[in-house]
Structures are given as structure tokens and as C-alpha cells.
Design a protein around this ligand. Structure first.
Ligand code: ADP
Ligand code: ADP
Ligand code: MG
Length: 537
């Protein structure tokens, strides 16, 4: 094995060291002869949020389709009836669930993973769409909880990613059913919105519903789940649901790559989110000093303090949605012209936008080799960037056929392969699973340090911000109206300022060092707020 050092391992070579023997029995579904195989299913518990944690391509969505009755599992044979499924789960908690599902005593609703696709499937005003979904008579309450008042009269086609996500969650909440499934509810949301929907999902379970959720933002999964299942296996080949575990334990076992109760090591290395080499801020060469900038769109105004960027550092950019982060990054990238202040530097900039468009017709290899064919051959780039992000496996695919997560990884790599002094990445974690988030974070840190370059990263995943950043730029203000950007500041000061504005405190897990959100009003929460320690770095 390669110890705890993730980027030395081929990213997709997840090996099952000791596959449990009884697994053949747990075979639930196989897609075609050589297709993906799913083993076991998560439990569904009334009054609980059951979280699912695992890499992309290990059958999480397949399990959801089965539990929501959209897919009749073939039990890895030629099964063609729900009665056989009920039989196969005899003695299992799911037996009763499948019986009720078959008798339509349980009706499910699914918040789909890719909310971007919703405008292709439905048309009309948000208000009308949500009214139609409202079986529970909670329209006003749900609209208020999800802060959708301002978008009710808009056409669904004109919503941002974060707005679409909240509309999709609202539509699910408005149904009056027994089983709610949320597939990646945090995508496109800022940290405050993520915590808010986590609380709403918890409340739903507390009212006696079955809730199942897939989530890759570990701080949010941790905050929202009562129990979790780890899914492991070989992405695209097979996936196995672990037994249910306490949330904290399950996440820690997932990070360690070892399931204690099952005695299964499913990954030869640990995922370690604690920074090994912290770069001392204010040390070394200054790359550039940039001036104060203003961008005035009329309805929205951004004021950014000037600051300095150092060679070799990674600066995180945090703040709510609609506060001007993308606008700021676009000004530095030269895509938007400031209303006041001027970017007149001779720096070269490489920029990955938040929303990735693809009009490229060709393979991934063609796309990347046009940027820099030499780097694709270099052992340094292979080991630091391409292999950890699983790019060689995508070389022969057409760019237009990539999934959201695949496209994100290709866009990140395209950005990092370009020769530049300053790299700007807007929300690189969208659609990525936990391992991919870590791989991206590591690659960015290592390339900046070794190539002596500088990166600015807009990011909402607290664990990733914590791991990635040497310093932070904090955005505050009133979303949609005005934003103020701070100069780059130290992690401790920046995190405290940012989290104080969100009103949430984080502690550290003693075993893994990962940040955990304190429950509002808990002893730790109150103590930390009194001390002004929202975050331990
Ligand atoms: P996850 O939600 O964990 O990302 P999925 O359940 O979506 O995983 O997919 C697991 C695997 O099953 C993937 O390799 C996917 O390509 C494959 N798969 C999903 N749906 C089908 C299908 N209808 N036919 C064949 N293979 C499929
Ligand atoms: P963030 O990245 O923090 O979510 P953005 O920089 O994307 O925020 O947007 C900040 C505000 O500026 C939003 O209210 C957005 O609607 C507005 N805005 C962004 N681009 C334009 C534009 N070209 N014209 C007018 N308003 C814009
Ligand atoms: Mg943005």
C-alpha cells in the first residue's frame, strides 16, 4: 500500500483486501451480463435520516431507485416480481418495507441529483410548479423556510443552480408521502443554506417520515444524519452497502478505509484531511498587489479591498451565494471590467468558471493534449494531477458524453495544465465525491507549492476550504444587493469572521481532525460563541 498519501495511489485502484464470503447472498441487482453489481441495501427507518456515503459509481442512486420502487431489482438473476424481492429480504428490516411499498402504503418522492436537468423536464413559473406539488398545504411555510419568496414569479429556466436546488427540495418537501430521498441536496448551496436544508431534512424525519440522503459534503452529512451506511467497492464494477453505523463512527471508518464490524479494508490508504505542511502566510515573495475594486451592476454592487497574493499560496474565497465571489474572480481573470479600480498586471491567469459549458466536440485526450500534450506525458503531472483525478480513464470519452463529475474533473485539469502565474477555480467541488474532493485539493496544493504558483479557490465545502487554504478572502454583505470582500487574511481570523456571519461553530473530531458542526444551542456551541472561537485551525 501507499500509506496515508492519497496522491501516490492510482485514484481508482480501490482494492477489496478481504471481500466477505457471504456476499453472493447479498446480490441485489446486476445491470446486464458484465454490468455493475449492487450488493445489499441501506435500511430505511421511520423517524430517522439515513445518510449514504461513498464514491461516485458505487450504486447509491441505483439503491434509491430500488427503494423508491422505480427499479425492480433482478436479484442478480431473472427475478421479475416484487414478491420475490420480499422473499429475498425475509428476516431483514426491509421485508416489511418492500411489502408496504408493493401495497402502495409507502409512497416515495425523490429529489434528483442533477437539478440542472429540471428545466429540461418541466416548464413554467416557480409558483405554479410548487403549487402543483403541494399536497401537504405547507406552501407558505416551505417557501419561507427555503427562502424562495423572491423567485416565485420567475420562470424555472431563469434560476441559478442554488435556486433550482432549493426549488427541487421544496417540491419534495411539499409532497405528503412516507419516504423522502434527497440525492446530493447541498450542490450549489452556500454553507448557511446547506445547514438550513440539513435542519429542514432533520425536522422532516422527526415528524415521523423515512428519509434517505446521499451527500458528499461531510460536514453536512455529519450534521444531518442519524445513522449512515458506507458504500464501498469498485466504481463502475460493483458496490456494497455496509451495515448501518453511527454517523461519527461511519464517517471515521470511511475516511480510514476500514470497516471495523465487517473487518473489511476497502481502500489501501486513509483519507486524511489534516494539512501536513502549512504555509506560513506573509512569508516569501509577493506575486502581486492588487488594488481595491468596485463592480456596480446597478442592482448589485461589490466593493473589494485591495490585497497581496504570495507565490506558492492557495487562498480560499468564502461567503454566501449572490455576494459577488464570481464577479470578483471574473475581474481578476479579466473577464469583467471593474467599475472602479484597474487590473493592469502582466500576470497570466488560468480560470475555471463555476458553470462549465461544453461546446467542444472531441475526446478528453484531444481537449487536454491541445492545452499541453507534454504535461500529459510527464511523470510529475501523471502522479500529482492526472492519476489522482482519474483522468486517463476518461481519455477516450467524448467531452459531450461526460457526467457532471467527470466534466468537473476535466475542467479542473484543463485549468491546471495551462501555464499561468495565477489559477482561479470557481467551486471545484461541485459534483465530486469525497475522495475526488480530497484528490483535487491535494493536487492544487502540491502544484502551487512545487511550481511556485498561486491559486484562488471559491469553495463552500468547509472541510475542503480548511484543507486547501493558506489564507482566506471573506465576503460579507447582503446577497443580491451588495457585497464586501476582505483582503486575504489568516485562516483563524478568516474562518472566525466567516462562521460568525453564518452563526455556526465547528469543533474538531479528536480521531481524524475533521471539522464537525456543533448543533445550535449545544454546550460546545454556546461556549465557543462566548469565546469567539467559531473554528479551530
Ligand atoms: P452512484 O449513485 O453511486 O454514483 P449509480 O447507482 O448511479 O452510482 O451507478 C452505479 C453504476 O451502475 C455506474 O457504473 C453506472 O454506470 C451503472 N448504471 C447505472 N444505471 C445503469 C443502467 N440503467 N444500465 C447499466 N448500467 C447502469
Ligand atoms: P456569487 O459568486 O457570490 O454567488 P455573483 O458574483 O455570481 O455571486 O453574483 C453577485 C450578484 O451580481 C448577484 O445578485 C447576481 O445576480 C449579480 N450579477 C452577476 N452578474 C451580473 C451581470 N452581468 N449583470 C447584472 N447582475 C449581475
Ligand atoms: Mg459564484
Amino acid at each position: 500500500g501507499c500509506g496515508i498519501c492519497v496522491h501516490k495511489c492510482p485514484f481508482n485502484a480501490i482494492t477489496i483486501v478481504n471481500l466477505p464470503e457471504e456476499l453472493e447472498e447479498g446480490c441485489v441487482h446486476r445491470y446486464g451480463i458484465n454490468g455493475f453489481v449492487l450488493y445489499r441495501l441501506p435500511v430505511v427507518k421511520e423517524g430517522m435520516v439515513v445518510g449514504i456515503l461513498g464514491p461516485n459509481g458505487t450504486g447509491k442512486t441505483t439503491a434509491v431507485k430500488i427503494l423508491s420502487g422505480q427499479l425492480l431489482p433482478n436479484l442478480c438473476g431473472d427475478n421479475d416480481s416484487w414478491d420475490n424481492v420480499i422473499k429475498a429480504f425475509r428476516g431483514n428490516e426491509l421485508q416489511n418495507y418492500f411489502e408496504r411499498l408493493k401495497n402502495r402504503e409507502i409512497r416515495p418522492v425523490v429529489k434528483p441529483q442533477y437539478v440542472d436537468l429540471i428545466p429540461k423536464a418541466v416548464r413554467g413559473k416557480v409558483r405554479d410548479l410548487l403549487r402543483k406539488a403541494d399536497e401537504s398545504g405547507r406552501f407558505d411555510e416551505v417557501v419561507k423556510e427555503l427562502e424562495l419568496e423572491n423567485v416565485l414569479d420567475r420562470d424555472i429556466r431563469h434560476l441559478s443552480g442554488g435556486e433550482l436546488q432549493r426549488v427541487a427540495i421544496a417540491a419534495a418537501l411539499l409532497r405528503n408521502v412516507e419516504f423522502y430521498f434527497f440525492d446530493e441536496p447541498s450542490s450549489y448551496l452556500d454553507i448557511r443554506q446547506r445547514l438550513r436544508i440539513a435542519k429542514i431534512i432533520r425536522k422532516l424525519a422527526e415528524s415521523g417520515k423515512n428519509v434517505l440522503t446521499v451527500e458528499h459534503d461531510l460536514a453536512i452529512l455529519d450534521y444531518m444524519s442519524d445513522i449512515i451506511h458506507v458504500v464501498y467497492g469498485k466504481p463502475g464494477a460493483y458496490g456494497i452497502f455496509s451495515q448501518p453505523k453511527s454517523t461519527r463512527n461511519g464517517i471515521n471508518e470511511f475516511l480510514r478505509g476500514y470497516l471495523r464490524d465487517e473487518n473489511v479494508r476497502f481502500r489501501p490508504y486513509e483519507i486524511n484531511f489534516s494539512k501536513k505542511s502549512e504555509r506560513k502566510s506573509q512569508e516569501g515573495d509577493i506575486l502581486v498587489e492588487y488594488p481595491s475594486l468596485v463592480k456596480d451592476y446597478g442592482s448589485f454592487r461589490l466593493e473589494a479591498e485591495g490585497g497581496e497574493l504570495y507565490v506558492g499560496e492557495v487562498v480560499g474565497i468564502v461567503g454566501p451565494n449572490g455576494i459577488g465571489k464570481t464577479t470578483f474572480v471574473k475581474m481578476l481573470a479579466g473577464v469583467e471590467k471593474p467599475t472602479e479600480g484597474e487590473i493592469d498586471w502582466s500576470l497570466t491567469v488560468s480560470y475555471k468558471p463555476q458553470y462549465i459549458k461544453t461546446d467542444y466536440d472531441g475526446t478528453v485526450y484531444e481537449l487536454l493534449s491541445k492545452i499541453d500534450a507534454g504535461k500529459l506525458m510527464s511523470s510529475f503531472y501523471k502522479s500529482e494531477l492526472l492519476n489522482p483525478l482519474g483522468i486517463p480513464e476518461l481519455y477516450d470519452k467524448n467531452v459531450n458524453d461526460l457526467s457532471g463529475g467527470e466534466l468537473q474533473r476535466v475542467a479542473i485539469v484543463a485549468c491546471l495544465l495551462r501555464d499561468a502565474d495565477l489559477y482561479l477555480l470557481d467551486e471545484p467541488s461541485a459534483h465530486l465525491d469525497v475522495e475526488q474532493r480530497l484528490a483535487v485539493s491535494k493536487a492544487i496544493r502540491s502544484l502551487m507549492a512545487k511550481n511556485e504558483k498561486t491559486a484562488l479557490i471559491v469553495e463552500h465545502d468547509v472541510m475542503m476550504v480548511d484543507y486547501l487554504s493558506d489564507r482566506l478572502i471573506v465576503f460579507e454583505g447582503e446577497p443580491g444587493k451588495f457585497g464586501k470582500a476582505s483582503r486575504p487574511m489568516g485562516m483563524r481570523e478568516g474562518m472566525n469572521r466567516f462562521l460568525a456571519s453564518v452563526g455556526v461553530t465547528f469543533r474538531r473530531d479528536p480521531e481524524t481532525g475533521r471539522p464537525r458542526a456543533n448543533k445550535e444551542g449545544s454546550v460546545k456551541d454556546r461556549e465557543q460563541k462566548e469565546r469567539g472561537e467559531y473554528y479551530y485551525t
